[in-house]
Design a protein around this ligand. Structure first.
Ligand code: AMP
Length: 448
């Protein structure tokens, strides 16, 4: 999971890209990069770490140019290397191209081996480079035609922004797994993973970029084309459950509203007679508000979050993951002491967070701790860009709900139903990829 942005403007874009990438920081904290077309060449800066630390006023000044793209990279369990920082660059028809992607190709390995056999020398271990090489190979003067040929070959999830002399190009896979939106202000046309990146720089989102859509933005305007395929949209439901910002409205659904409704629906599906509804911040906040209001039970902040910790989820050892949860969230004794509480969180993956929090809330004096989860049990790995661990580490793939309840030490445990989730989104569940819950993968992850 990553964040992408592209801006076509009448003035310098580096500072706007910087702000936009800041607003996408939740989608990736490992590394960041931007590439700028100054009319003569493509300038690029890439660095490990957060956007705020990666660029200085001076470096943004040096990146002078009116067209640019940017990327924030999500940490993965495999570790990080600076050669993998995006945007990556190559050539099409003698022009430099820079490309940044959010997603994951399921046939990356096979395509890479094939390209290597043909003599391509890879500089990264990143599937975006396969996309770049294929576009290069198919390019005969028409970038859209080259992208369409590339889309025929690549399988999986991708939301791409690219920069080719004088143009920002954006395209989204035929299932629209990962989000990609379009917006503008007076001087700029902006494409980004989420609308916050557009709004933060003073623009307004105009629409989603559709599944399978290819956009070219240049001096003549915004040109839309479409890759024909049998695939139907399967937006990742986990974007609404957890990943996107609360203010994200993606494919017609606002994440905050979705989360809040999940809380209301969970109250209908799994009511709980307690003194207090407590969120696991931040993603549990809207659902806890929804649950509390539907239940007419007071809402209370029983956990304090350390805002300076990044995402802790992918730490390599269990000991480190336990420590990370402790560092990130601390019970607020004054609020929970002597109370029966229901704790709202978005998901249980390995069970580390809930086990740890329930134990420590009891230590802080909570009388009863019930757990309500706004996603169904995560039983299958994601191959489309979310870094879920192998199935053997997914607690719900290996234990019944009753066993998980005991394992995490909850007085009771309930997950929202699939139907409840669909109701929260006000769309048929067929519109979403829910493979992490039911193993029904829209694109075969074992494809070769
Ligand atoms: P776990 O502690 O392994 O059960 O993971 C569940 C916790 O991690 C929940 O509090 C979620 O908010 C969070 N979470 C779920 N999916 C992800 C993800 N893909 N990346 C980072 N954090 C996640």
């Amino acid at each position: 999971m990553c964040g992408v942005i592209g801006i076509y403007s009448k003035s310098n874009v580096a500072t706007s890209l910087f702000y936009g990438m800041n607003s996408l920081q939740h989608r990736g904290q490992e590394a960041t990069g931007m590439a700028i077309d100054n009319g003569e060449e493509i300038l690029r800066k890439r660095a490990m770490g957060l956007v705020i630390d990666a660029y200085t006023e001076e470096s943004l000044r040096e990146l002078a140019g009116n067209i640019g793209i940017g990327h924030v990279r999500y940490s993965t369990a495999e570790g990080s290397h600076d050669y993998n920082i995006q945007p990556i660059m190559g050539f099409v028809g003698g022009e430099t191209i820079a490309i940044a992607n959010d997603g994951n190709l399921v046939n990356y390995q096979v395509l890479r081996e094939r390209l290597e056999e043909e003599g391509m020398m890879f500089q990264t271990t990143n599937d975006t480079e396969v996309i770049l090489y294929l576009i290069t190979r198919y390019y005969d003067g028409d970038i859209v035609a080259a992208i369409k040929k590339t889309m025929k070959v690549i399988k999986g999830a991708y939301s791409v922004t690219a920069l080719v002399k004088g143009k920002v190009v954006a395209f989204r896979d035929p299932n629209g797994f990962r989000p990609l939106v379009l917006g503008r202000d007076e001087d700029d046309v902006i494409v980004a993973s989420e609308n916050a990146a557009i709004e933060i720089i003073g623009g307004q989102m105009t629409r989603d970029i559709g599944a399978g859509e290819i956009l070219v933005i240049d001096e003549t305007g915004i040109h839309s084309d479409h890759f024909e395929s049998e695939d139907t949209p399967k937006n990742c439901i986990f974007e609404y459950v957890y990943f996107a910002r609360n203010d994200a409205t993606l494919d017609d659904i606002n994440a905050y509203t979705f989360r809040r409704r999940c809380g209301e629906i969970l109250w209908e599906e799994a009511p709980c007679d307690v003194d207090l509804v407590v969120p696991v911040p931040d993603s549990g906040i809207p659902s806890a508000i929804g649950y509390a209001q539907a239940a007419k039970i007071p809402y209370g902040e029983g956990l304090v979050k350390n805002r300076y910790m990044g995402r802790t989820f992918i730490k390599p050892t269990q000991k480190e993951r336990d420590m990370a949860v402790k560092l990130k969230l601390n019970p607020l004794g004054d609020v929970v002491k002597g109370k029966s509480i229901v704790l709202l969180d978005d998901s249980i993956v390995r069970g580390t967070t809930s086990r740890n929090l329930i134990h420590r809330l009891r230590e802080a004096g909570a009388k009863e701790v019930h757990m309500r989860i706004t996603s169904p049990p995560v039983k299958y790995s994601c191959y489309y860009g979310i870094d879920t661990p192998n199935r053997k580490h997914l607690i719900a793939a290996n234990q019944s709900i009753k066993e998980i309840e005991e394992n995490i030490g909850a007085d009771s445990l309930a997950f929202i139903s699939m139907d409840g989730l669909a109701r929260a989104g006000k769309k048929s569940i067929d519109n979403y990829c829910i493979a992490c819950f039911n193993g029904d993968y829209p694109v075969d992850p074992t494809v070769i």
